[in-house]
Design a protein around this ligand. Structure first.
Ligand code: FAD
Length: 284
């Protein structure tokens, strides 16, 4: 198996996929395509959001996990979903102090088990709050936070300055569908799955023959489900190529069931709801 690192699929043309890396460009034509291009982190519009020190939680996690670099010593986290809670816990373990987690909704978005862990460290989780500005000369020195009303509008007079050197945004992800759409794959807006997502059948086949999708590009979920979806797509390709061998059909059925069992928990309620809107129906 050839893995081409630092290589970007920049576009789809009738001759194939255009790949670009440091050494040049290539056109790759395949019998099957599995597009598992993931998602990008959402950003927030606020004053000075381009100051060094403002970054996505994923970027911060990469700095710590891959390069052993602490993204900040005194951090404000925006968003209390699982990503925000987990990154907070990882920062605490790495020696950073967290001034607060601010959350626009009136409840914590992530699992209580993760919220409890950070609360035990004394991290305040401020509901109905958001960040409206970053301040600093060369990099973040302060953040301005504010309370929000029921329509998520800032309540004048509630602004507060907090000292911090980093503002980490953990405010969701959006499926990365640019390449998928270039392939001619039909998409549909399903907010429960993260926005515009490719429509596909239960084996992750799209409306374009031999083009499959899997992972966060299909629905913002997690690594476990991304793996299972990729395997299901791969078995489907094998069945198409080599005929319906008992082994492949059984393995694929096991995975389809496992995925459905995995999503039966209350935590996957949103995904279950969105899932049926992203299925290809027969007459489409
Ligand atoms: C901060 C953070 C923390 C998380 N923590 C957890 C966790 O603890 N447990 C868990 O299960 N899940 C976690 N998740 C979710 C998990 O990371 C994703 O669900 C999972 O990585 C999805 O896998 P994927 O292969 O679909 O996408 P990705 O892992 O995002 O992989 C997509 C890949 O495609 C590449 N790519 C994109 N476009 C192109 C292109 N045009 N050409 C070539 N390559 C391209 C990208 O560079 C990337 O390497 C976390 C997510 C975030 C953001």
């Amino acid at each position: 198996l050839r893995i081409m690192l630092r290589t970007t699929a920049v576009g789809w043309f009738k001759e194939g996929v255009l790949l670009v890396n440091d050494e040049g460009s290539y056109v790759a034509k395949a019998k099957y395509y599995l597009l598992s291009v993931g998602a990008f982190e959402n950003y927030l519009a606020f004053e000075n959001n381009d100051l060094p020190g403002v970054m996505g939680a994923g970027g911060a996690q990469t700095l710590m996990n891959l390069y052993g670099v602490l993204p900040g010593k005194k951090v404000l986290v925006v968003g209390s979903g699982n990503v925000g809670l987990i990154i907070t816990y990882q920062l605490l373990q790495a020696g950073a102090s967290i001034v607060a987690i601010v959350e626009a909704a009136d409840r914590i978005g992530g699992w209580l088990v993760h919220a409890a862990k950070v609360r035990r460290y004394g991290v305040p989780i401020l509901l109905r709050h958001t960040v409206i500005a970053a301040e600093g000369k060369e990099r973040v020195e302060k953040a301005v936070i504010t309370e929000l009303d029921e329509s998520w509008e800032p309540i004048p007079g509630t602004e507060k300055e907090v000292e911090c050197d980093s503002i980490l945004l953990a405010v969701g992800l959006t499926p990365n569908t640019e390449l998928v759409r270039q392939f001619g794959v039909r998409t549909r807006y399903v907010p429960e799955l993260g926005g515009l997502v490719p429509v596909r059948d239960e084996y992750f086949r799209t409306n374009v023959p031999n083009v499959f999708v899997a992972g966060d590009v299909v629905a913002i979920e997690e690594a476990t489900t991304a793996f299972m979806e990729g395997w299901i797509a791969a078995y489907t390709m094998l069945i198409d190529l080599k005929g319906p061998s008992k082994k492949y059909v059984e393995e694929r059925s096991k995975l389809v069931k496992l995925l459905s069992d995995y999503r039966s928990s209350p935590a996957s309620q949103k995904i279950r709801k969105g899932w049926k809107y992203a299925e290809v129906v027969k007459d489409e």
